[in-house]
Ligand binder design. Sequence first.
Ligand SMILES: *Cc1c(COP(=O)(O)O)cnc(C)c1O
Ligand code: SF4
Length: 347
Amino acid sequence: MNVKITSFEQLKKSFKLTKEEEAYSGGNNSLPVSITSHFLSLIDENDSGDPLRKQVFPTVNEEVEEAMEYIDPLAEVDHSITSRLVHRYKSRVAFLTTDICPMYCRHCFRRRFTGNMVGPAKKDEIREAAEYVGNHKEVTEILLTGGDLLTLSNSQLDFMIKTFREKAPSLIIRICTRMVITAPERIEEELLSIFMKYNSAPFYLLTQINHPRELCKESIEAISKFINMGIPAMNQTVMLKGVNDSVDIQEELANKLLFNRIKPYYVFQGDLVSGTSHLRVNLGDTIKIEKELRKRVSGLAMPAFVMDLPQGGGKVPLTDCYVKEHIGKKWIIETLDGEKREYPDTY
Ligand SMILES: *Cc1c(COP(=O)(O)O)cnc(C)c1O
Ligand code: SF4
């Protein structure tokens, strides 16, 4: 289907919805409904359980509020320096460039902010943030995130990157975007030339790809353009029920990413964001998948499984514990196959 869906009404008219999708009524805290024509073209219309569909078709389950859920589980507001600059970790900051995305993911963890239609950061907000990172030498990296950074026009992007580069020329910039898979046609020469212009420090491309089918010919090409310019690509995946909560899918995804020169960086356990419980995977299952995946894929293809702890606790790795015991001067360590080995202290 070669249309862009921009409202639930339009989605209803264009697709045969399931009962749960049909019953969606929007409501407070709800993300807008928007699906790009490119992403729609990858969805199998005849499969109501399609893993791509599940990421973007709203359902009535979004209206369920569970105990222990939050609208801002990472307490980003508490760690905000300005309304757009989050300084949670000493060496890096996140700048919320815009709240707009070409397509809204139903699992979005930044629902408090995303899709409020406030728009891109104003010039003054950019200057203020650049001033801050320039004055905080401990900050070595900035994440340009949102929303989706690449919804900005080329001239807005040019201004933003120029301003950060002027105040902090050696700051590593992470370009955090899903546009390479939601609207790969956005990755054109003029856009890429902006990154070429301000190359006083490295850029890294951070994508969010959750299922191997999202990596189609067009998106692989779009990502390759960054890599061919010397911008390494890393991927972050969100663990999602019915989308990628199986070892086979995670294995296929990790290998496909690696083959296309995209380093599998993180797999995130779902945050406790209101309205996303139906997409969350049990923590025990995530840890099992991590353990099995580690046996199957190469070290290069293996992402770190992490969880952003509630109430702003920050990210921690999620992995089974292999170092079992420290008895006397000996460590007891388990192999991936569950056997025991010993390792002595040297003093
Ligand atoms: C995840 C995150 C970062 C980056 O963390 P890394 O572990 O370096 O990828 C920075 N700031 C915020 C607020 C984050 O949530
Ligand atoms: S692209 Fe990112 S910010 Fe935008 S809706 Fe999806 S998860 Fe949220």
